[in-house]
Design a protein around this ligand. Structure first.
Ligand SMILES: C[S@@+](CC[C@H](N)C(=O)[O-])C[C@H]1O[C@@H](n2cnc3c(N)ncnc32)[C@H](O)[C@@H]1O
Length: 246
């Protein structure tokens, strides 16, 4: 069956100089991988097959992160940064508000880190307050740093659902960015354990989570004890964001 492009896909290909391609050569490949570009918030980010294409829901994540920043000086981590879309967007907004920011961007994938670095150099002037490095969750972070905000859009799709995702996702996006283990919380559970004593008082962990979870399950599974938990739906009315406050 011939692939039929949506109006968004047509516009995207045209905007990034690929309006003339024969789409039949690309199977179900997402247009963002064809052009190597994605529009996210007000910026255009570089993407390739080593990073997830940042989703529109994640723009809401950025807004939630910005709402949680009340101080004039903050230390922030974007764990599992992929293309760097979240951390870079938050950084750019905080620069406009002249909030003094230390930003850590990390990912377990060395290939993803290369993409983050290119996006940082394309979108931000060099700044010693931005650190980009490979790390399994918080393992390679400097031990003495405490955070006001840890942002993490880690893989959260339960393993059993990865095999039945749309072909455009399953076949083209990195499984390292998708598979969250049996219930989707494998990485998140480990992150919370590592992050608990790395937060400043009032510090926040902001997560994207699978829509199948509810507050009670998250509280129990993540052993949140006396930490506060708020959850929020995304623009598609699906449970999506978990905000954990120290
Ligand atoms: C769902 S993607 C999100 C990427 C990006 N944050 C975004 O919103 O577009 C998850 C990212 O987490 C990374 N990742 C997977 N396991 C990780 C781990 N143990 N530690 C750090 N990053 C990890 C993947 O390589 C991938 O880039």
């Amino acid at each position: 069956m011939t692939r039929k492009l949506s109006p968004y896909e047509k516009t995207h290909l045209q905007r990034f100089g690929k309006g003339d391609i024969d789409i039949a050569d690309y199977g179900e490949m997402p247009v963002e991988y064809i052009t190597g570009k994605v529009e996210f918030g007000e910026q255009v980010f570089e993407v390739n097959k080593n990073v997830l294409i940042p989703r529109v829901e994640t723009e809401e994540f950025v807004n939630l992160a910005l709402e949680k920043i009340e101080k004039e000086e903050v230390t922030i981590a974007d764990v599992g940064c992929g293309s760097g879309a979240i951390g870079i967007s938050v950084w750019l907004e905080l620069q406009k508000k002249t909030v003094a920011t230390q930003m850590y961007l990390s990912d377990i994938s060395a290939e993803a880190i290369k993409v983050t670095k290119r996006n940082v150099s394309n979108l931000i002037e060099e700044d010693e307050n931005i650190k980009i490095f490979k790390s399994d969750l918080l393992e390679s972070y400097p031990k003495d740093v405490k955070f006001d905000l840890i942002m993490a859009n880690l893989p959260y799709i339960p393993s059993g659902r990865v095999a039945i995702l749309d072909e455009s996702v399953r076949k083209y996006e990195p499984h390292l960015a998708l598979d969250g283990g049996e219930d989707g919380l494998k990485h998140i559970e480990r992150l919370i354990k590592q992050a608990k004593d790395r937060l400043n008082p009032g510090g926040v962990i902001l997560l994207e989570v699978d829509y199948t979870h509810d507050d009670e399950y998250l509280r129990r599974k993540l052993a949140l004890d006396d930490m506060q938990l708020e959850t929020k739906q995304d623009q598609f009315q699906r449970m999506r964001f978990a905000i954990i406050i120290n």
